[in-house]
Ligand binder design. Structure first.
Ligand code: 99T
Length: 201
């Protein structure tokens, strides 16, 4: 299998962490690429019309996206405990994972507003709107931090990658100050070899 990814992408990091945790990483060739909403990446566009990464090329040559689908697919390829539970705990795990993905989406839109758009085109209202989503997601994750325990699952991976992205692109947000339980979770989870091996750059 091949994973088209970027080292800065928290969505791709989620896939890499899951692959590491499930022992699948050795079966995946990592192909680094650069993507921006304003720059054509013909290779990525040919595989994913949305022009976004990560994209996984399965052994059968099928292009899979987005990161949620790839994670769910990879989770069927190993014999260990499923990271996306099949029992009743599936829905809270999926909901937390969706919240983490939404946090990443909002943070990424804020990042693009500042890094991709010209200064005179940038909208403060847009930025505040996206960062408001980030703050509300953080508050909800803090309320639900007791769910981020036990055997590793997709929710823990998603939340850890979302928080790692805030550290990487929004260090001045200082999210730890108002979210002590999340901060404790991240401090421990960030030490996992899967997280250390996938630090953003
Ligand atoms: O939006 C674009 O055109 C290109 N952006 C991406 O491909 C980003 C890279 S993170 N990926 C996504 O937005 C994927 C979202 C999708 N729902 C999924 O896979 O879950 C770049 C981070 C950075 O450079 O700061």
């Amino acid at each position: 299998m091949q994973l088209i990814y970027a080292a800065a992408s928290p969505f791709a990091r989620k896939v890499r962490v899951l692959a590491f945790e499930t022992g699948l990483l050795a079966r995946i060739e990592l192909l680094d690429t650069a993507v921006l909403p304003t720059t054509l990446n013909e290779r990525v566009n040919a595989l994913n019309p949305l022009g976004k990464i990560p994209v996984l090329l399965s052994d059968g040559g099928e292009a899979l996206y987005d990161s949620r689908v790839i994670c769910e697919y990879l989770d069927t390829l190993h014999d260990g405990a499923r990271l996306l539970p099949q029992d009743d705990t599936r829905w809270p795990v999926l909901r937390l994972a969706a919240l983490a993905d939404g946090l990443m989406d909002a943070a990424l839109l804020a990042r693009y507003e500042k890094a991709v758009r010209q200064a005179e085109q940038q909208s403060q209202a847009w930025l505040e709107g996206q960062l408001g989503k980030v703050q509300r997601a953080l508050a909800e994750l803090e309320r639900q931090a007791d769910r981020l325990q036990g055997p590793v699952d997709l929710a823990q991976i998603g939340v850890a990658c979302a928080l790692g992205y805030l550290d990487f692109r929004f260090a001045d947000l200082d999210w730890r100050a108002a979210h002590p339980a999340l901060s404790r979770f991240q401090q421990a989870f960030a030490q996992r070899p899967s997280m250390l091996a996938s630090a953003p750059a």
